[in-house]
Design a protein around this ligand. Structure first.
Ligand code: FAD
Length: 406
């Protein structure tokens, strides 16, 4: 039996793990089985008793797995789910070969080390990042402490990806007009439909840079992140589709900016890899002496969206109700917890971890560390003035009215 251990891998296209599993099966005649292990996370609690996963995030992952299981059925590949640990499942089933994708964050890498100790025949691939460690300009050992040099060096390399996946067929579909930020389904088919629609529509990718700081509705930014987190969408595929669109348009800074944002994601993946456990520490990986403490009542008001700051309260209610939050809102929510309430940033990060459909350890914890001044920000303090932000980005008050019911 060949086992494909699913981690962030809810897709069949542009997925070296799936390609390898199929090749191995064709060579050996063995059956392929896919397995996803919840590792007890559905019921686990993190810092301050915050559940590691909200019901919405659990449902998002489950729906994506169901969509993948339907695809795999056509290949006669069963998808197993276990609530327990992957180690127990592998010990019980002892596959001939185990195929899986590499991860960057500390706990996930620890788990890989434990799996390696089982002594199975293993094939592993990088499926969640744009680059592999050997492609990082200058090498992982010399990863820049700030984003901009990393970005310029990667851009100079002009990476192109040979995807072994069908090209995205652009077909101008009307954008989904929804006030909800994320009215989409889980799974690869929904992800590709969104990629297709967003790239094709003139109000989508072709105006991304101008519109990306919006707060309200589904169309102001790509909304790729929940599928990127579950692996239903490959970052290489998005990158290549943007390059193709830029070519077709004769160059477009609007579209190019999606790739710049993907480089933020990429940068934080490798920051997480090099930081290890220190990414999750109060002092961060820069060992900045802690300033903030903890106040349970203030934290609860932040969670409930009852701080009295209308932008923050609207943003927190949107997050709790939908599992999504725009980048602009997230920055304000995080800055408010850290700089206005004076709370330990890790509690905010843990709450986001629980709620966000797009939760990704690297993106979440590195962004929080950045805003808390213990990460990769060249500026010592990055505090958002929420009143000014509301005036700039929610001038007509529609975002606040939607979530506060005013
Ligand atoms: C405190 C905080 C916590 C965050 N936690 C997460 C998280 O857990 N998971 C997550 O995917 N993103 C996280 N982000 C980054 C960013 O807010 C989301 O990726 C973005 O809002 C998702 O919406 P979108 O796909 O429409 O983004 P777009 O604006 O369309 O950007 C395109 C893609 O670029 C990447 N991207 C954009 N901005 C960032 C960024 N600052 N850091 C890393 N990648 C970025 C994402 O993959 C995104 O899908 C966090 C940001 C902050 C400030």
């Amino acid at each position: 039996m060949i086992v494909w251990w699913l981690r962030n891998d809810q897709r069949l296209s542009d997925n070296p793990c799936w390609e390898a599993a199929r090749e191995l099966a064709a060579e050996s005649g063995a059956e392929v089985h896919a397995v996803f292990a919840w590792n007890g996370l559905e019921r686990a609690q993190g810092l301050g008793g915050i559940p590691r996963m909200s019901p919405q995030r659990i449902a998002w992952i489950r729906e994506g797995l169901e969509a993948l299981a339907r695809e795999l059925r056509q290949w006669k590949v069963p998808l197993h789910q276990t609530e327990g640990s992957i180690l127990d499942w592998l010990n019980a089933n002892r596959p001939e070969t185990l195929v899986y994708s590499r991860a960057v964050a500390y706990d996930e890498r620890k788990q890989e080390a434990e799996v390696a100790a089982l002594g199975l025949n293993v094939r592993r691939f990088w499926t969640h990042t744009l680059l592999t460690p050997d492609q990082i300009p200058g090498g992982l050992d010399r990863l820049s402490p700030t984003f901009t040099p990393f970005r310029h060096r990667v851009e100079r390399e002009a990476f192109q990806f040979d995807l072994n996946a069908p090209a995205v067929e652009l077909d101008v579909t009307s954008p989904t007009s929804s006030l909800q930020a994320f009215p989409f389904d889980a799974g690869e088919a929904a992800a590709l439909a969104r990629l297709n629609a967003y790239l094709a529509h003139p109000d989508g990718a072709a105006s991304y840079k101008s519109r990306r700081n919006g707060l309200l509705g589904s169309e102001f930014s790509t909304k790729f992140s929940p599928w990127l987190a579950s692996g239903a969408l490959s970052p290489r595929r998005i990158w290549q589709a943007c390059l193709d669109l830029e070519d077709a348009l004769g160059g477009s800074l609007e579209v190019e900016w999606i790739r710049v944002e993907l480089l933020w994601r990429e940068y934080f993946q490798w920051v997480a890899y090099t930081a290890g456990a220190s990414l999750f520490r109060k002092r961060g990986f820069r060992e900045v002496p802690p300033r903030n403490g903890f106040n349970a009542k203030a934290f609860q008001r932040w969670i409930d969206g009852t701080t009295g700051d209308a932008l923050v309260d609207a943003g927190m209610r949107e997050l709790a109700e939908t599992g999504f939050s725009s980048n602009r809102a997230r920055q304000n929510l995080a800055s408010y917890l850290i700089h206005d309430l004076g709370l330990d940033w890790r509690y905010g990060a843990s709450y986001f971890e629980s709620q966000l459909l797009d939760y990704d350890p690297a993106s979440n914890w590195a962004n929080w560390a950045y805003l808390a001044g213990v990460g990769n920000d060249p500026r010592p303090v990055r505090r958002f003035n929420t009143a000014k932000q509301a005036a700039d980005y929610d001038a007509d008050g529609a975002f606040r009215a939607l979530w506060l019911g005013a």
